[in-house]
Write a protein that binds this ligand. Structure first.
Ligand code: MEV
Length: 438
């Protein structure tokens, strides 16, 4: 069966039937989804074996991102995030991007860098020459330290050296980590090679650790959105397109704006990274270091109006993501996320995370270039206010719709709306849900 990531009306369904719809779309067992998510994806006993001083677990919403199509293939995307509107906005933008044929994406080979720091290197040029001569034997030594990785098709690929001045010197061992995130593998390599590298360079060994600036492991993702798909009730598509292109220029010129622009991208990227049990601090560190690689902090994604009238978006981001080992070994929620995604390689996962990041950026810029961000946020915030006021089940949608429409998103207003609703009074159903994925 060909998978589709397009499930119209998904957001309107109660949780139970969303699980059923997902099970059908992803060919999974509904009871497995329910069982894993009932415990918030992680039970206390397992958590206690994972980190130290555990008192319990701490749950976040586990949601489904829709409409994502990359290189002609559909992806159902698990997203874990606490911020209202991130999932709806990404799904909605992915639907617009889909109208332009979806995302096209490519991922580099999964190359990570192990750094070995040295100090007191007196003759950097001679050290570099000796390292080059010894490269093959160093690579063989590295491979011997990670033989199971070599058996899976990975292994050490190159030795690079950089003179940092004043006797400070760093050697990079480039390792193909295949489907792992790779931190443990490259740290092992760094520690194993350090004595030999010290002997070759005449330096004293300092740190031996991966670099989180994983710029040899980038994803490039693009899309072209027809202007008509961007239109809002108040603004024609061409105007929205031009507003988004101007928003991009703003971020390209101003690091203050670029930081917020990139935050909007990371809303989507991190939600996928978290759902799949990956290290989001590593991804964040890499993304922001990469954004500053020119010496100036810049946006990771840019947007332009094309000659064809469409809005063209492009993004490049380093993504060190794994689909084996680490948290995935122990975290049932992360394993469920992997089953939903059904990725075959870490590169596939990186392309999905990047696409969701680009969609999140488009959604944010479209909202900011048109009605502003607050209205959509308010609609979604209204749901938690409605729940806090005591609304249950279908009442949540009705009460939140009423208070959002009245622009009075307060607990008092929600309580009044709930009382009226329970008394059988007609509700004012506004445009709530327009910002949600349809
Ligand atoms: C909020 O989480 C993200 C935005 O601030 C991103 C942006 O300004 O582009 C809306």
């Amino acid at each position: 069966m060909k998978r589709t990531s397009r499930i119209p009306g998904f957001y309107k369904e109660p949780v139970e039937s969303r699980r059923r719809l997902l099970a059908e779309a992803a060919d999974l067992d509904t009871s497995e989804i329910a069982r894993v998510l009932a415990a918030g994806g992680l039970d206390v006993a397992t958590a206690d074996k994972t980190v130290e001083n555990v008192l319990g677990t701490y749950a976040l919403p586990f949601s489904l991102g829709l409409n994502v199509r990359i290189n002609e293939r559909d992806w159902l995307v698990p997203m874990v995030v606490e911020e209202p509107s991130v999932v709806a906005a990404a799904s909605n933008a992915a639907r617009m991007i889909r109208e332009g044929g979806g995302f096209s994406a490519e991922a580099d080979e999964p190359l990570m860098v192990a750094q070995v720091q040295l100090w007191g290197v007196r003759e950097a040029d001679a050290a570099t020459r000796r390292l080059r001569e010894a490269e093959a034997s160093l690579l063989a030594m590295a491979d011997a330290a990670v033989s199971s990785l070599v058996a899976r098709g990975g292994g050490a690929r190159a030795i690079e050296a950089r003179d940092l001045g004043d006797g400070l010197y760093v050697v990079h061992v480039v390792v193909d980590v295949r489907d792992a995130m790779g931190a443990n593998l490259v740290n092992t390599v760094a520690e194993r090679l350090a004595p030999a590298i010290a002997a070759l360079t005449g330096g004293v060994v300092g740190l031996r650790i991966l670099s989180n600036l994983s710029d040899k492991r980038c994803v490039r993702v693009r899309c072209a959105v027809p202007a008509a798909s961007l239109a809002t009730a108040e603004m024609p598509g061409a105007m929205v397109r031009d507003g988004i292109a101007m928003a991009s220029r703003f971020a390209e010129r101003d690091p203050y704006r670029a930081a917020t622009h990139n935050k909007g991208i990371m809303n989507g990227v991190d939600a996928v990274v978290m759902a799949t049990g990956n290290d989001w601090r590593a991804v964040e560190a890499g993304a922001h270091a990469f954004a500053a690689r020119s010496g100036r902090y810049e946006p990771l994604a840019t947007w332009r109006a094309g000659d064809d009238g469409a809005l063209h978006g492009a993004m490049e981001i380093p993504l060190a993501l794994g689909i084996v080992g680490g948290t995935l070994r122990v975290h049932p929620g992360a394993r469920l996320a992997m089953k939903i995604l059904n990725v075959r390689t870490a590169q596939d996962l990186a392309m999905v995370a990047a696409a969701v990041g680009l969609a999140s950026n488009l959604a944010a810029l479209r909202a900011l270039a048109t009605e502003g961000i607050q209205r959509g946020h308010m609609s979604l915030h209204a749901r938690s206010v409605a729940s806090a006021a005591g609304a249950r089940g279908a009442e949540v949608e009705l009460v939140s719709a009423e208070i959002a429409e009245a622009r009075d998103v307060t607990l008092d207003a929600a309580r009044r709306a709930l009382t009226r609703l329970r008394a059988g009074a007609p509700h004012a159903y506004g445009d709530y849900g327009l910002s949600l994925a349809k």
